[in-house]
Design a protein. Structure first.
Length: 102
């Protein structure tokens, strides 16, 4: 018999809070998204300040920062066109927390 190898599941200790901030362009209904290592996701933040910092990278003139619940953010991410497949907590853009929605 072979002993099964136990491998830890990564990021179980990292969660996405229930209250999030998303960036939206009111005139078009588009949302701020991000690509990390080939994975595209709706950009979400646990605090408003990093959301506004991220907005400076967006190629739009008018953007609003909306407060949404985790479930609302999941629904927004699901309605984004492909290749968006996740929502991404970008409190640290070099190490995002990724939650797949499809």
């Amino acid at each position: 018999m072979h002993e099964s190898m136990i491998q830890p599941i990564l990021e179980l200790d990292r969660s996405i809070p229930d209250r999030l901030y998303v960036l939206a362009e009111p005139e078009t209904g588009r949302y701020g998204c991000f690509c990390f290592e080939g994975i595209h996701g709706l950009a979400v933040f646990s605090d408003e300040f990093p959301a506004w910092e991220f907005s400076e990278l967006l190629p739009v003139d008018v953007v609003v920062c909306r407060t949404v619940t985790f479930d609302e953010a999941r629904e927004i991410a699901k309605t984004r066109p492909m290749p968006v497949v996740s929502l991404m907590l970008l409190d640290d853009v070099d190490d995002p927390v990724i939650h797949y929605v499809r």
